[in-house]
Every structure is written in C-alpha cells, then in structure tokens.
Design a protein around this ligand. Sequence first.
Ligand code: 8IG
Length: 272
Amino acid sequence: MSNTELLNSDPFEAASTAADYIASETGVETHDVALILGSGWGGAADLIGETTATLTASEVPGFSAPAVEGHVGTIRSVLTKDGKRALVLGARTHYYEGKGVRAVVHGVRTAAAAGCRTLVITNGCGGLNEQWQPGTPVLISDHINLTGTSPLEGATFVDLTDLYSPRIRSLAKEVDPSLDEGVYVQFHGPHYETPAEVQYAKRIGADLVGMSTALEAIAARHAGLEVFGISLVTNLAAGISPTPLSHQEVIEAGLAAGARISRLLADIIARL
Ligand code: 8IG
C-alpha cells in the first residue's frame, strides 16, 4: 500500500502500524518522548543520549523522505542518561508539500501510538523582534494557525488552552533564564512572507513566523501529548531585516547556534 493509501484508509490505524514497525525495528517497545527536528535543529538531539537504532524515514509506514535540504530523513531511538527512550523524528512533512494534512501529522500520531507522553517540536523560523539575532532560540507560548486547515476531522472539538505546556516552558527557563517566549504564526508557505504580511502578522500578535508546528501541536493535543515548542530564529522576518531572506542563511544560523541549542534540548529533556 502507498503512503497515501495507508493514510487515507485510517490515519490512526496508519500511526499504529508505523509504531509497531518502529517498536520491532528498534527493539524498543515503548518510547517516552518524541522530538521533531526542524530547520537548524538537525544535530541538536545528539547530546540527549546514545542512539540505539536509526531507521530511514521512508522505510517506516506512512513516512516519506524530507523535501528540504538541511533536514535529515532518519528516525532514531535514543536512550537518555536517566533511562528515557526518545524517538527523534528527523523528517517532517510540511503542509506546503501538498501531501495533505494527514501526512503532516503522521509523525505526531505515530509518536503517540509508540507510547510517547511528551512531544518536543522544534523549528527554524523568522523573527519579528529585532533583538532576536539569527541563532536565537525562543520558546513558543501560543500559536496562530493561518493555514486555513486543521489536522482534526469531523466534530472533534479540542480545547487548545495552554497548548504549549506552561510546565515545560518553566523547566526550560530554569535551564536558561535568558530564554524569551513568543507567539508562532504558521503560514502555508513555501514562499516566505511579504513585508506587508509580516506587518499583518505583527498586528495580530505574532512574534515568530514559520511553516510548521501549529498543525502538529493541534494533532498532539488531540492525541493527549504534552507539547513543548521551541523555535530557532534563523532570520529576521521579511521587511524586519534590511536584507532578503535566503535558505543558506537558515542553514548557517543553525550551525552557529548548534552547541547552545543541543545543550538546551538535552538539559530540558533530562528534566521532563
Ligand atoms: I527557517 O521567515 C524560516 N522559515 N514563514 N517565514 C516563514 N517560514 C520561515 C521563515 C520565515 N524562516
């Protein structure tokens, strides 16, 4: 069955099939925490523990290879020092890929089916606050979903108050009191915003603009996961910065911030 057919028949069944595959291939029956690695975060999970198994995403039912340079297409099982089992999803499907919203949240649903209770969502994004130089990590306090869609179907009325766990945000600030928080706006992409759209986002309350995370966080809440979101500001949003945006700048900001954000993630996961 193709990934599309699998997700179309029943997305939760597909997630359960993927979780069974992960359990048998990694030899880890249940995972505790899942991480989605976004732009700039590729190496950030290396300090959280010892990788005990690495799968190619495209071999796992319902997953496909990443479409973006700088994103890694692996799913890893990591054993942390305190004995937690982390499922590191290096491959994210973006809504702009056109594979449908079920494909976008398949990793989240698979993490829940694999036993995870916590989901750490990372991303690279544009920043609206000029204080945030490229390479600044920012905690996500809330989101605005401008994609025009939802990962939930039918009369699924899910409360999204405190979607981004206040508990884990405060743990993160214990680890690094200099961390700021912000509201993340998910645009459809794949184009970056116009400067006018960035001003619009600012007026409706945005601090961060990106192309992921909100749909994943909604699916995670629905699946009962505690969500922690952290952005790496890899560029100032269009019109905030005097220079045009480039994907190269995004990759470089990730590399420059690497050591700091790796340690940060490892320290937060150790405290969960
Ligand atoms: I990395 O400036 C990255 N992703 N929408 N805008 C949007 N997505 C992004 C941006 C940005 N930077």
